[in-house]
Design a protein around this ligand. Structure first.
Ligand SMILES: [Zn+2]
Length: 43
């Protein structure tokens, strides 16, 4: 899904911009989609 608000990736610590592809980590925190270990859609 795409971020609807600005937040920070709890995986890499970098900012997540509005419109970025994001995912939730096992703890329920927002992370970049490419930071998700469950992501199998690498760029
Ligand atoms: Zn990240």
């Amino acid at each position: 899904m795409k971020a609807k608000f600005k937040t920070t990736c709890s995986e890499c610590g970098a900012p997540i911009k509005v419109g970025s592809e994001i995912a939730k980590d096992p703890a329920g925190k927002w992370i970049h989609k490419y930071c998700s270990p469950e992501s199998d859609q690498l760029p």
